[in-house]
Design a protein around this ligand. Structure first.
Ligand code: HEC
Length: 592
């Protein structure tokens, strides 16, 4: 063969690759789990539908006439199979379609199905998609492809029959529901070609030393280090390589890094999520075999144990919280511990942090302080009037930081600090001896930091409800600057939102958490503090999933009331803010 022949052969080979990707899943192949946002901001997790008899996905793309034309038939099948529990979803992996454009397409074409946004194209690549319009039937019993191809034979390019004569999708679903082998498991899909520019790229050239390891250092190593809260430490390339398939899984399903906010709303200074680009690069590198490449391993210089008090350093004051005996098994009621401020002077606190004694047992700590009742039935408890406030709490993954610039918490001499300690037993009796470290301001700060609590103790979540919603609303009575937002629910928490309703009636979502996870009690710190005018309403909404599909749900048959233990529920939001003084110039833009 001469050079021209060789090049021609190579071109044909590439063409074949482009038409039928080497990675395409065939009927019988396994579909890996994933979690994606949909076009309405909901969070969709494939393996959530594990008890459905079938999951059907149609590949959608804006502006594709075949998809638009096929959708009414797809919706009719959705309605036909709904009584038998079959799930129907759309998936958009187009480079050119963003969320707003997909929402417009959904509006224009009456799409009342969730359109999953595959913005990294990783799901589309791993399914081996080539065209929109393709339908894929997945059997959740084995998570394998039961059918892929055209929905029916009605549509071809620029032609359509009045009615289909072959109903491939319906037949395949009927076969699956009847427990029969699917008679026709694959046909040629009809639709618009999708551009996957990265699919055949040289991912083996992605540099571990220059690209991957620095990404891990920035987004993972704060927890995955010796002595950190992650279950294994990223101390070298070898560790990462060993965990590479697991990293691919936790990144595709958004379990890691733990960050649950919808990036469409707000910017947060403690955002630890990977961008779409970073996610794509990391997964591509793993799929290329996690090659080591050249260069010194940057992880080697991050394998030291973190100093006990972390980046804040030694505190000005350390208080031992009275110890708690935690049994090996069973339920431990909330423990309340009281310590009187040992200082004989008032101080302004700029930061505080709790170091857990036994991380495995300590579930969370909430602190507050004030003066104690000296008599009556509440003797020894914190008084409801008088100076009061809170210090740092504790939840896994919490990172201690200074309070926002110019703010502090006034801790008076003689105040008593209350520690609400929640423990989870873990099979071994233990004694928890936690401590709190407190850091002082040298000069009084300009502003006192305050917390608005949005709670609704009247919630009732019906048994089996998969999407139950409740709200709490409060109004700011002065101009304020908001610094952070904390949503809190328990095992059944599904999604949460903070919305500002301005005095003029306009609304703004400050935080949306479509994928609430009880394991991670994240405080979302606004990158730019937000000034709100007096009269602004804060609307805090939480949705719960009390269905059997929620893997964290301890009992879907129960109507769930408000309660402190994790098997009861809470609608509880905390907004950290300061008041704006009457004479203060608007230093922070009113709406940013
Ligand atoms: C805020 C702390 C934190 C950060 C940041 C974090 N992790 Fe984790 N990671 C954890 C904890 C805690 C667990 C254990 C979770 C569990 O088992 O419930 C975990 C579990 C994992 C696991 C599963 C281990 C297994 O085999 O079960 C992988 C893989 C992982 N993390 C990878 C990553 C990667 C990659 C990043 C960065 C992109 C990252 N993590 C960022 C805390 C963190």
């Amino acid at each position: 063969m001469n050079t021209r022949h060789l090049m021609a052969a190579a071109a044909v080979f590439l063409l074949v690759l482009a038409v039928r990707p080497a990675t395409a899943l065939e009927p019988g192949d396994r579909v890996d789990d994933f979690r994606l946002l949909d076009h309405e901001g909901g969070s969709r997790h494939l393996y959530y539908y594990g008890d459905a008899p079938a999951v059907v996905i149609m590949v959608q793309g804006n502006g594709c006439p075949i998809v638009r034309n096929a959708l009414p038939g797809f919706k009719a099948l959705r309605d036909e199979f709904a009584p038998r529990g079959v799930e129907f979803l759309l998936l958009n992996a187009n480079l050119q379609d963003d969320r707003a454009a997909i929402a417009r397409e959904a509006e224009a074409f009456a799409i009342d199905l969730p359109v999953l946004l595959d913005d990294t194209q990783l799901v589309g690549e791993s399914l081996g998609l080539v065209r929109t319009g393709e339908v894929i039937v997945i059997d959740p019993a084995t998570w394998t492809v039961a059918y892929r191809g055209a929905m029916d034979d009605r549509l071809t390019y620029e032609h359509q029959k009045p009615a289909a004569t072959e109903h491939y999708l319906r037949d395949a679903v009927e076969d699956l529901l009847a427990g029969r082998p699917v008679a026709l498991a694959s046909t040629e899909p009809v639709g618009c070609l999708i551009n996957f520019p990265e699919r055949n790229a040289e991912h083996a050239a992605i540099s571990y030393a220059d690209t991957i390891a620095p990404m891990l250092v920035d987004n993972c190593v704060s927890c995955h280090r010796p002595g950190g809260i992650g279950p294994w430490a990223m101390t070298s390339y070898d560790m990462v390589r060993g965990f590479a398939p697991m990293i691919r899984e936790v990144v595709r399903t958004r379990r890691m890094p733990p960050w649950h906010a919808d990036p469409a709303y707000g910017h947060f200074s403690n955002d630890r999520s990977l961008s779409a680009d970073e996610t794509r690069t990391l997964v591509h590198w793993i799929e290329a075999g996690a090659p080591r490449g050249e260069g010194v391993d940057p992880l080697l210089s991050h394998s030291d144990v973190q100093p006990e008090w972390g980046p804040l350093g030694e505190p000005d004051l350390v208080i031992d919280i009275p110890a708690t005996e935690v049994p090996a098994t069973g339920v431990v009621d909330y423990q309340y511990k009281y310590v009187t401020n040992p200082l004989d002077r008032d101080v302004w606190v700029r930061a505080s942090q709790i170091i857990p004694g036994d991380r495995a047992a300590l579930h969370h700590v909430i602190t507050r302080f004030g003066m104690v009742e000296t008599e009556g039935p509440r003797q020894g408890r914190i008084r409801r009037d008088g100076p009061s406030g809170g210090l740092a709490g504790y939840v896994p993954g919490w990172v201690a930081r200074d309070l926002p610039e110019g703010t502090g918490t006034w801790l008076p001499a003689g105040a008593t600090i209350e520690f609400q300690m929640h423990y989870t037993t873990y099979g071994k009796a233990t004694t928890d001896q936690s401590r709190i470290g407190i850091y002082f301001h040298d000069q009084p700060p300009a502003h006192q930091i305050e917390t608005m609590i949005l709670a609704n103790p009247r919630i009732r979540i019906p048994a089996h409800a998969a999407d139950h919603r409740e709200q709490a609303v409060r109004t700011f009575d002065s101009d304020v600057v908001v610094y952070s937002l904390l949503p809190h629910a328990h095992y059944r928490g599904k999604a949460s939102e903070f919305r500002a309703v301005y005095p003029d009636g306009s609304e703004e979502v400050l935080l949306s958490v479509p994928n609430y996870d009880f394991n991670w009690q994240t405080t979302y710190e606004l990158a730019a503090p937000k000034r709100l005018p007096a009269g602004t309403k804060m609307v805090h909404t939480t949705w719960w999933d009390n269905s059997a599909r929620n893997p964290a749900n301890p009992d879907p048959t129960r109507e769930v009331p408000w309660g402190q233990q994790s098997w009861d529920e809470m609608l509880f939001g905390a907004v950290s803010y300061r008041r704006v003084a009457d004479d203060e110039q608007p230093a922070v833009a009113a709406r940013n």
